[in-house]
Design a binder for this molecule. Structure first.
Ligand code: 2BA
Length: 109
């Protein structure tokens, strides 16, 4: 068994969970936030058999879209009298960041 862990944009999470449930995959949505942008995202956990992993990755890929976001970089340490004009930097936040992990044991008790 494998645990597919997908970090996705908040706006894609509900559609993705619905698409997974429609195909009879069980899924759990966790509220998370990215270390870099410090904005809310969603982590979706899906426990599946090994031969279902590619199907799940296909569903994730079809329902998660990349987006461009702006981030304000940290200002540098300034000397007195220096002036710094902050410019937002554009970053592309992926469709999904996915980890496929081996599951040693699965129980529903
Ligand atoms: P964040 O950490 O908020 O990162 C958002 C986006 O900012 C990233 O998109 C990437 O385009 C950019 N970014 C991140 N760190 C950067 C850096 N040090 N320098 C320049 N740009 C940087 P994605 O790569 O699509 O990642 C989306 C979210 O997936 C991340 O949100 C984080 O929550 C998660 N993630 C990505 N890679 C990860 C990893 N190796 N381990 C754990 N979580 C990860």
């Amino acid at each position: 068994m494998k645990l597919v862990t997908a970090i996705v944009h908040n706006e894609d999470a509900a559609t993705l969970v619905d698409a997974l449930l429609e195909r009879e995959y069980r899924a759990t949505r966790l509220h998370s936030s990215g270390g870099f942008l410090k904005q809310g995202n969603a982590t979706i956990l899906v426990g599946v058999e090994e031969d279902q992993v590619n199907d799940v990755l296909g569903i994730i890929s079809a329902n998660c879209h990349s987006r461009k976001q702006f981030v304000n970089p940290m200002p540098p340490i300034m000397e007195p009298g220096e002036f710094y004009m902050p410019y937002p930097v554009e970053v592309e936040v992926g469709g999904a960041t996915v980890f496929v992990l081996p599951v040693e044991r699965f129980e529903r008790l």
